[in-house]
Design a protein around this ligand. Structure first.
Ligand code: PXP
Length: 238
């Protein structure tokens, strides 16, 4: 059985649209956890467009659930993440004008910064992951930087599926990268833009042990409810 991490950022997006308290992402974290998912993912963005510091603090202090905090390499965010004390950290690129995380990290450009951030969290016993494009070179660099895991950006793959385009090459690229990462001792996760179909196809890759899925789960739950949608994903990953 592969692990399912549920990203609840968009519960906060909905709350913020009204500037009030409902729907509460802290309640969502508890609710989703009760449904038997493996972790709750939240992204503390520099512009705080969805999850805010207090949400992150409250969610990461909940007992009996695993939290995966996505952060950029900005000093202010890293300092806050240390105070928030999640179980896991996933370092992601961030661009203020993007609608969502558009690609993987530029590992070469941010080498020193990434190495020092990974060290900070590893010294605290926090599992660290780097969000990367499916590239063998980036996997070697991730290992070299000391990351425990990589999360492969599946946005391109997901778009091929959604647009009914040929996804074979991208699938093979992700598969090759996953096998290589696993061989050199890096745990492999996958995320971004995933829905039922793309998750089902990628779940055939043995080396991918964790899927982090957000937007589709929250969107689909408007029609079918979190309970049903998460049950469907668990079945796919079972
Ligand atoms: N994994 C990472 C590292 C992400 O940055 C995101 C988006 O915040 C996701 C997974 C979830 O992507 P989506 O909301 O498209 O499922």
């Amino acid at each position: 059985m592969k692990r399912l991490g549920v990203n609840i950022d968009h519960v906060a997006t909905l709350r913020n649209a009204r500037g009030e308290k409902h729907p509460d992402p802290v309640y969502a974290a508890k609710f989703v956890n009760e449904l038997g998912v493996d972790s709750i993912t939240i992204h503390l963005r520099e512009d705080r467009r969805h999850i805010r510091d207090l949400d992150a603090k409250k969610i990461c202090s909940l007992k009996k659930l695993s939290t995966n905090l996505e952060i950029s390499i900005k000093d202010e965010i890293v300092k806050n993440a240390i105070k928030i004390k999640p179980n896991f950290i996933c370092i992601v690129p961030e661009n203020r004008n993007e609608v969502t995380t558009e690609g993987g990290l530029d590992l070469k450009k941010n080498k020193d910064k990434l190495k020092s951030i990974i060290r900070i969290f590893k010294d605290k016993g926090i599992r660290t992951s780097l969000f990367i494009n499916p590239s063998l070179k980036d996997i070697s660099l991730s290992k070299n930087f000391g990351a425990d895991c990589v999360e492969i950006h599946t946005g391109r793959f997901s778009n091929f599926i959604k647009n009914k385009k040929n996804f074979k090459n991208e699938f093979l690229r992700i598969k090759k990268c996953s096998k290589f990462a696993s061989k050199i001792g890096i745990e492999v996760h996958a995320g971004h833009g995933l829905d039922y179909r793309s998750t089902k196809i990628l779940s055939k890759i043995d080396e991918i042990v964790e899927f982090n899925i957000g937007h589709f789960i929250i969107g689909e739950s408007i029609f079918f409810g979190l309970k049903k949608v998460i049950k469907n994903f668990k079945k796919i990953l079972g």
